[in-house]
Design a protein around this ligand. Structure first.
Ligand SMILES: Nc1ncnc2c1ncn2[C@@H]1O[C@H](COP(=O)(O)OP(=O)(O)O)[C@@H](O)[C@H]1O
Ligand SMILES: [Mg+2]
Length: 325
């Protein structure tokens, strides 16, 4: 480990959304490497989820993964987090092979997955307890983290009394508990309404400024990917392969208002172009056409109304639950 670097020119404290808290010394962030990873689930049915995925993620880089439902995005995050091992290929953090859950990696799921019987603070302290930290160290760290995500006044609340967005903040604080060098987020904001989601995106960038972690984020939202990421990795339908990597060379700090700019639209169009043939709608449309052809061939042609316009990816709707899990 090298010494903490000096201020990063991309960081700008004036973009602060949350109340000021104990200053964080940004860590160096981890470099992540995925080398030719393939993974097949063998259960009642055999599903090849990932095939030949290679990715190099630089320290402090923000990478968004985008791809159709069921293409292996969550699986890839779980491989990165050391929760499952690939059949082929390897994953490493700062050159160190990942062989199991790694404290250098924090994971945030789509649903907050909090422990219902524990308070907010106790949830945030949970990883520290498992790591055997002293009570005093846990307390100080939990206070910092709850400040960081703007939840100090909710420390004693139970998760069931909180909104979905607030619960997700708790799970982000918990994921940051052990000062991870990389934060992996699996569609963390998909349950939030559009405005709350924009605010959370801004807050996530703010957190990133202050913590200096590398971020890998799965999202279904192209605007969200462009707003947050340095690079957007587009995956194919299952088995997931990297079909494109789109650089987002927009200056930082970024603000939600920037989302309307022309450069954002052109990057978003570039990403969409790589996705257009891989969407559920495109597949559904192809299936509908095949069905019509089959019926015609049978001499029973029926009017089948094609409601689905090509190029409007249904799975892109961030609020639609994934149906292929
Ligand atoms: N534990 C598992 N056992 C068997 N199949 C799985 C398992 N986890 C995921 N899959 C399958 O692997 C494919 C990829 O899943 P997932 O990574 O969750 O996709 P995504 O997150 O892109 O929607 C899906 O077909 C899913 O059903
Ligand atoms: Mg998923």
């Amino acid at each position: 480990m090298t010494a903490a670097p000096g201020p990063d020119p991309r960081f700008d404290a004036s973009a602060t959304v949350l109340a000021p808290v104990t200053p964080y010394v940004p860590g160096p962030g981890a470099g992540l490497r995925v080398d030719d990873v393939s993974l097949t689930f063998r259960g009642t049915r055999t599903v090849t989820a990932l095939e030949g995925i290679s990715l190099d993620i630089a320290p402090r880089e923000v990478v968004a993964l985008i791809g159709p439902n069921g293409c292996g995005k969550s699986t890839l995050l779980r491989v990165l987090a050391g929760l499952i091992s690939p059949d082929r290929g390897s994953v490493s953090i700062d050159g160190r092979p990942v062989a199991g859950p790694d404290p250098a990696v924090g994971l945030v799921f789509q649903e907050p997955r909090l422990l219902a019987w524990r308070t907010v603070e106790q949830n945030v302290r949970f990883p520290m307890e498992l790591a055997g930290w002293s009570a005093a160290r846990q307390e100080a760290r939990a206070r910092d983290l709850l400040g960081l995500v703007g939840l100090r006044e909710f420390a004693r609340a139970k998760p069931s009394t909180l909104s979905g967005g607030t619960r997700q903040r708790v799970s982000i604080a918990r994921a940051l508990a052990l000062e991870p060098a990389a934060l992996l987020l699996d569609e963390p904001f998909s349950a939030l309404d559009a405005l709350t989601r924009e605010r959370f995106n801004a807050e996530l960038l703010n957190l990133w400024q202050r913590t200096g972690t590398t971020i890998v984020l799965v999202t279904h939202s192209i605007p969200e990917a462009v707003f947050l990421a340095d690079r957007v990795v587009v995956l194919s339908p299952r088995p997931g392969r990297v079909v494109a990597e789109v650089r987002v060379d927009l200056p930082r700090p970024r603000r939600v208002a920037d989302l309307d700019s022309a450069s954002v639209s052109s990057i978003a169009a570039d990403i969409r172009a790589h996705l257009v043939d891989t969407t559920d709608d495109a597949i559904a449309l192809a299936e509908t056409r095949a069905a019509i052809e089959a019926q015609r061939a049978d001499g029973h042609a029926q009017a089948v109304h094609e409601e689905t316009a090509p190029g409007t990816p249904a799975w892109f709707d961030p609020f639609r639950p994934e149906d292929d899990r």
